[in-house]
Design a protein. Structure first.
Lengths: 118, 143
């Protein structure tokens, strides 16, 4: 799914990286636990989260993950947006809950990531 | 000195409870690895492990440092803190076990995945610690 399609589906506001909306994501991962994001997620994944602190951007950076949607009407502060812009990331904000935003994307064909077995 | 014996050494201090700076060391390590042309998949694994180490030092220790050594065939990341040690290493290595503070949890950590993540991403992992002592984690990544 292209990010601009995700933006339409979620009625999202772009907070950073407007020039990269032509990027494609292969799957999405919805989570507020950055340790789990670090454990399970690869690049080309859209991250949906309710956390808006600097560590979300740092976590994404380590994974080469460049696309993040903040849910529940939460917005990161300027420092967070600045770091994201520096790292060429796309940040979007939506009013939906994590469940609803995930459901809307899933219904439109964006799938889940695969969790590797033990 | 032969070309194959050259090593690059990076060392970063990591402060206790410096949440806003957490990730800076790992970010720099990642940048250097990318600059010298290390394979992107290896860089990502090193970055994840270094970042988890950094977060652990910030959350759990009295401060410490992260040392990275890059040689022709491997990358070694050593996270060494000033204490106060891990009481039960077996428990600490169990997915889901955590002693993190509420502040750490609010940042999205403290899920009990840090040490297991570090072990998973590295080719060799060793940890030395005991209650009241320093903790030293060594991770090796083959290039």
């Amino acid at each position: 799914m292209l990010l601009k399609e995700a933006k339409e589906i979620l009625d999202a506001e772009i907070l950073a990286g407007e020039e990269y909306m032509g990027r494609e994501v292969k799957a999405a991962f919805s989570c507020d636990l950055m340790s789990d994001v670090l454990a399970f997620v690869d690049d080309k994944v859209l991250l949906l989260t309710g956390l808006t602190n600097l560590q979300v951007i740092r976590t994404a950076e380590m994974l080469d993950l460049s696309n993040i949607v903040f849910v529940r009407g939460k917005r990161p502060n300027e420092d967070v947006c600045r770091l994201a812009k520096e790292k060429k990331m796309v940040l979007m904000g939506v009013r939906h809950t994590l469940f609803e935003a995930s459901g809307l994307l899933y219904k439109s064909g964006l799938g889940a990531i695969e969790i590797e077995g033990e | 000195m032969a070309e194959s014996e050259k090593t690059i050494k990076l060392e970063y201090e990591v402060g206790k409870e410096e949440f806003s700076k957490a990730g800076l060391a790992s970010s720099n390590i990642k940048k250097v690895l990318n600059q010298i042309g290390i394979d992107a998949k290896v860089v990502r694994r090193v970055a994840i492990a270094a970042y988890e180490s950094e977060i652990n030092i910030v959350i759990h220790s009295e401060g410490g440092k992260i040392t990275t050594e890059i040689s022709h065939d491997k990358i070694t990341v050593i996270a060494h803190d000033k204490g106060n040690g891990i009481e039960n290493l077996e428990k600490a290595m169990t997915k889901g076990f955590s002693t993190a503070s509420n502040e750490a949890r609010e940042m999205g950590f403290g899920a009990g995945m840090g040490l297991p993540n570090m072990k998973r991403t590295s080719d060799q992992f060793s940890i030395e610690s005991s209650k009241g002592a320093e903790t030293r984690v060594e991770m090796i990544f083959n290039i």
